[in-house]
Design a protein around this ligand. Structure first.
Ligand code: NAP
Ligand code: GDD
Length: 372
């Protein structure tokens, strides 16, 4: 089997490529020409995959890649995927996240191999926006009163969500109109040690890692620090302005937003299962649990033995969204029943894995002072 992955350099692309290699696939990954190396997440598998230069916004290029490499499966994970950024760059977000998908669908539609190609599109829970389904009675053995599933109407709240929803609808239209095997995974938030550093979970765990490494460097603990300053924590006894003795606080936006957070490794498995079905369909992929950003902070700080993080976090309006999605909790019942998919990594484990990874990395960058 041969798969082409658009977006192979991203978080999900890297895990999906690993999974497909394990399953014996030939993997072709499409990467953009950029001035810096973006292959860090896939550096360990580079010798085993074929990298081809391409950009999803270039229709001719997309068509040529599909013609040249003759894939059995195409996974589109490429997107401008940051919701906050989509408010400042709505046009670019539309070009990549929506129009790019049309380029792939058109290439498949006119391909002489149309019947031989299976296509996966990365849709998003962000498409639900502020909407949810509400029930009075507990369902599926849990007291879920507010949730989203395949029947919940979409009410997008950001340029990113509008672009994803347009692409999602286009996938359905191409599936129904041209008999293309095209499926969409409506994936809820999934994170990992490879998560982009400006998404909230990784921003938190990266900060915790740097903070722990900084304390170790100066051989101090949380009890030795002063945090009265608005912007930074510092080591008393040293003058506040001395280089290195202060550490900038973690600046975040809305801590009350709730997300259904799973691990990316579990979620790429669901993508593959969708493509392996007899007929194409759309599936919600989620854990069925929602937690607030505040709760993620609790778990991340607990992982390094800090029970009270409030002195280290500053609320900064810069990180508020022009329109917020307050609550996402997915019911993955269809994926469980029809795909046999269940997530394996819990919320607590996810936070711990990410923190442990980021502490380790930060310590390598900043060894103890006496070890230098
Ligand atoms: P990510 O880390 O931001 O990766 C995005 C990928 O898209 C990167 O490889 C990026 O390449 C590539 N890309 C961006 N613009 C491109 C273009 N014009 N042409 C070709 N490639 C381009 O995202 P992710 O977290 O892995 O998510 C994968 C997909 O799932 C995205 O479509 C995202 O919107 C969607 N999704 C994610 C989540 C989640 O919680 N992670 C949930 C639902 C849906 P560079 O490395 O060159 O930037
Ligand atoms: N990024 C970020 N940075 N988010 C913050 C911050 C901050 O400093 N402070 C609070 N938040 C809140 C956001 O307002 C949002 O409510 C929540 O944390 C999660 O933000 P992100 O981690 O940026 O993820 P997202 O939910 O907006 O989008 C992610 O999930 C979608 C699926 O629901 C992305 O991966 C999308 O590509 C994906 O489609």
């Amino acid at each position: 089997m041969k798969a082409v992955i658009f977006g192979i350099t991203g978080q999900d692309g890297s895990y999906l490529a690993e999974l497909l290699l394990e399953k014996g696939y030939t993997v072709v990954g499409v990467t953009r020409r950029v001035s810096v190396d973006t292959t860090k997440r896939i550096s360990h598998i580079l010798p085993k995959i074929k990298i081809v230069e391409g950009d999803i916004t270039d229709a001719f290029n997309v068509n040529k890649i599909i013609e040249d490499y003759k894939p059995d499966e195409i996974y589109n994970l490429a997107a401008q995927s940051h919701v906050g950024t989509s408010f400042s760059q709505p046009s670019l977000t539309t070009d990549i996240t929506y129009c790019g998908v049309i380029n792939i669908l058109e290439a498949i539609r006119y391909s002489p191999r149309k019947e031989d190609i299976k296509f996966y599109q990365a849709s998003s829970s962000e498409m639900f926006g502020k909407n949810y389904t509400e029930v009075i009675e507990p369902i599926f053995g849990k007291s879920h009163h507010k949730y989203q599933d395949e029947d919940t109407p979409f009410v997008p709240q950001s340029p990113y969500a509008v672009a994803k929803l347009a692409a999602h609808n286009m996938v359905r239209i191409y599936r129904d109109s041209y008999e293309i095997f095209a499926c969409s995974g409506i994936l809820f938030n999934h994170e990992s040690e490879r998560r982009g550093e400006n998404f909230v979970t990784r921003k938190i765990t990266k900060w915790v890692g740097e903070f722990v490494a900084w304390m170790m460097y100066y051989n101090v603990g949380p009890e030795d620090l002063v945090a009265v300053d608005e912007d930074e924590v510092y080591i008393p006894g040293r003058t506040h302005v001395d280089q290195g003795f202060q550490f900038p606080k973690l600046r975040l936006g809305n801590l009350d937003a709730r997300r259904d957070w799973g691990h990316a490794k579990d979620y790429v498995h669901a993508m593959w299962l969708m493509v392996k079905q007899q007929s194409p369909d759309d599936y919600v992929v989620a854990t069925g649990e929602a937690h607030s950003v505040r709760e993620f902070l609790d778990e991340a700080f607990k992982a390094v033995g800090i029970s009270d993080w409030k002195n280290y976090v500053v609320i900064d309006p810069e990180f508020y969204r022009a329109a917020e999605v307050d609550y996402l909790l997915g019911l993955p019942q269809k994926a469980k029943t029809l795909l046999g998919w269940t997530p394996k990594i819990s919320f607590k484990q996810l936070a711990e894995n990410m923190v442990n990874h980021d502490v380790k990395e930060a310590k390598l960058r900043r060894p103890r002072l006496q070890e230098v």
